[in-house]
Design a protein around this ligand. Structure first.
Ligand SMILES: C[S@@+](CC[C@H](N)C(=O)[O-])C[C@H]1O[C@@H](n2cnc3c(N)ncnc32)[C@H](O)[C@@H]1O
Length: 231
């Protein structure tokens, strides 16, 4: 691409990652284009947090589910950090998953399975997963209008950015985990949503903790009851 074409795209607020065609995440180079949301650097906190939990719990061959995988960055980061793990990555956009599969192949990850589905609807798991991680759209359009990255986000797939109501997708994900009768730790990126708003929205029967970083937050939730094996 000529420098002139690149600066024109830059002037139109196209994310630099799309112009360059790649993004660095957790020390790995990910191919990226308009088929997928551009991963944020802060999302590495979610990977670090989840990896620490798995190590503390000394899970031998962990099952990790990455919900709304985008270009596959989180799933691939876990697959590389835990070579003995089984990672299942889902997305509602088929094109996004094609890009994620390409990134997994580039990084030689044979322990990631990609599933085209709504949240975890069609995911089949031999037992409760050890970890569910999710960086789903959490903001309503009204909320995101205040974002300082709005112009860049306009270039990304719309479903990767907006939900109707705050934390809607996470509330639905909690219901889906319960319906599957899994007992799972869910780590969800909650960005700039304040703790008091989170506490108003989450169901009362779910234990959760809020972890604030600079301009960014995560929620750890303990969801569901394990199915009785004799059932
Ligand atoms: C904010 S982007 C995050 C992408 C990636 N996980 C990352 O860290 O950059 C949200 C992703 O969730 C996907 N998504 C949105 N709604 C979904 C749903 N109901 N089921 C599965 N994936 C969904 C979008 O297509 C998008 O790839």
């Amino acid at each position: 691409m000529s420098r002139r074409a690149a600066s024109k795209r830059h002037l139109l607020h196209e994310p630099m990652a799309y112009i360059q065609g790649f993004v660095q995440f957790d020390g790995l180079k990910m191919k990226i284009d308009r088929r997928s949301y551009v991963p944020n650097l802060e999302t590495e906190n979610l990977v670090n947090y989840g990896a620490t939990l798995l190590r503390q719990r000394k899970v031998d061959r962990p099952i990790v589910i990455d919900v709304g995988t985008g270009c596959g960055n989180i799933a691939i980061a876990f697959a590389k950090r835990f070579p003995g793990s089984s990672v299942i990555a889902t997305d509602i956009l088929q094109d996004t998953l094609t890009l994620a599969r390409c990134n997994a192949t580039t990084h030689g990850c044979t322990n990631v399975e990609f599933v085209h589905t709504d949240l975890i609807d069609d995911v089949e798991c031999p037992r409760s997963p050890d970890l569910v991680v999710a960086d789903l759209p959490y903001g309503s359009p009204e909320y995101l209008l205040k974002s300082n990255a709005l112009e860049e986000m306009q270039h990304m797939p719309i479903i990767s950015r907006f939900t109707e109501g705050l934390l809607d997708a996470y509330l639905e994900l909690i219901e889906q985990i319960k319906a599957k009768r899994w007992r799972a730790t869910l780590i969800a990126e909650s960005g700039t949503v304040p703790e008091k708003v989170v506490s108003r929205l989450l169901p009362p029967d779910v234990e959760w903790t809020y972890h604030a970083y600079q301009d960014y937050s995560l929620i750890q939730l303990e969801v569901g009851d394990e199915k009785d094996p004799d059932e």
